[in-house]
Design a protein around this ligand. Structure first.
Ligand code: NAP
Length: 356
């Protein structure tokens, strides 16, 4: 029998933190044991949290006191999940890794450290071995693994599945992102109600940068075009939906490519988490919808057998012989953050990086 692994959630009252609490409360072998924060330290979790997700604060969690992010108080903790804000996360995560803890981070601070995996378990699971280099170079007993920006994942999951098998030479992405992607309290209401808020050149650029890193780590069945010859561009926006990033992708190829065939590839896409039957792995990482008015953010963001863990793709259409159009919908706080973090932890347990 497996032992129960105790998890600490840093930033447990935040929008990603609450998804960790919700998902881990039903997890077969990882339990939320330590909830950490800053402003809410010393208070019962149930009193300070804004539970902006489905269901209610789990009974056994509501009375837990929020504690400081101090490794010395976490002797019996096995895994650290870190959805801390940018800037605050980096040094705290380093401190935990140095003290010997496995840290799974959703924050941007370490996403481009060359010895830190930027993990989508279905696409680049082999990058976990970077941990060996990280430990050696930094003389850490623990380690840091990161998950990508939610927006980047919404495009990278279908694009990764395509790039693996086809001579894809470009993708032009337009995003329509939800409010929860900016955390709580996030964007002032007057900036976003009755409006479409462009996120700007910086956000466009970081989305592309992350997608490039992930594509560079996909094990491909075709050897051209080289990644440096692939054109990627993104135009990012936020609107007043609560959860779920909706993204429109125009994907081009070096040779004639049938939309029907790509659709089949996306439907059949599976990865190591599915082979290993990890508890948080959806049976279909990509769900393809056929109706030309789906997916819709409101109805489809929780789709799949592990709600919120599948990227929902639809509106697949031939634009010309070498171009297709598709849309994707990702639940940003689940697959794009907490669920992706838990799936990463399960893979790390299977690979022996977190002790069973
Ligand atoms: P959030 O709603 O603002 O929550 C952050 C939480 O962190 C707050 O509840 C706060 O708790 C705590 N906190 C703030 N500063 C702290 C510090 N110095 N030490 C300890 N705790 C601190 O943000 P979020 O949306 O959950 O995002 C968290 C991280 O995940 C960010 O790095 C974000 O970029 C990343 N991410 C978010 C999404 C998404 O869809 N939201 C997706 C992917 C990645 P207290 O009340 O206790 O201070």
């Amino acid at each position: 029998m497996r032992r129960t692994l105790k998890a600490a959630i840093l930033g447990a009252t935040g929008l990603v933190g609450i998804e960790y609490v919700r998902m881990l409360s039903n997890h077969p072998y990882i339990k939320p044991a330590y909830l950490a924060g800053k402003g809410s330290v010393g208070k019962p979790y149930g009193e300070v949290v804004r539970w902006q997700t489905v269901g209610q604060v789990p009974k056994e969690i509501a009375d837990m006191e929020v504690k400081p992010t101090d490794p010395k108080l976490m002797d019996d903790v096995d895994i650290i999940f870190s959805p801390l804000p940018q800037g605050a996360a980096g040094p705290v995560e380093e401190q935990f890794a140095k003290e010997g803890f496995p840290v799974i981070s959703n924050s941007p601070d370490h996403r481009f450290d060359p010895d830190v995996p930027l993990l989508i378990p279905e696409l680049n699971p082999h990058t976990i071995s970077l941990i060996d280099e990280q430990r050696k170079r930094r003389e850490w007993k623990g380690f840091i693994v990161t998950t990508p920006l939610c927006t980047a994942q919404g495009a990278a999951i279908p694009l990764g599945a395509i790039f693996k098998d086809y001579k894809m030479d470009g993708a032009f992405i337009t995003t329509i992102q939800s409010l929860s992607g900016a955390g709580y309290p996030g964007i002032p209401s007057l900036d976003v109600v009755d409006n479409i808020l462009p996120l700007g050149d910086g956000y466009d650029a970081k989305t592309i940068k992350e997608i490039f890193r992930i594509l560079s780590e996909v094990k491909r069945n075709v050897d051209e075009p080289k990644l440096e010859d692939v054109s990627l561009a993104a135009t990012t926006h936020r609107i007043a939906t609560v959860h779920g990033h909706y993204e429109v992708l125009y994907v081009s190829f070096k040779e004639e490519t049938a939309a029907e065939k790509v659709k089949e590839t996306l439907e059949n896409f599976r990865g190591e988490p599915q082979d290993l039957k990890l508890p948080t792995a959806p049976s279909k990482p990509i769900i393809v919808m056929n109706e030309d008015t789906r997916p819709q953010v409101y109805f489809d963001r929780w789709a799949g057998d592990i709600p919120g863990m599948s990227v929902v793709v639809g509106r697949i259409k031939q634009v010309n012989k070498r171009m297709i159009r598709l849309v994707s919908l990702i639940h940003n706080t689940v697959r794009g953050a907490a669920g992706g973090g838990i799936l990463a932890a399960e893979l790390l347990v299977e690979k022996g990086y977190i002790e069973k």
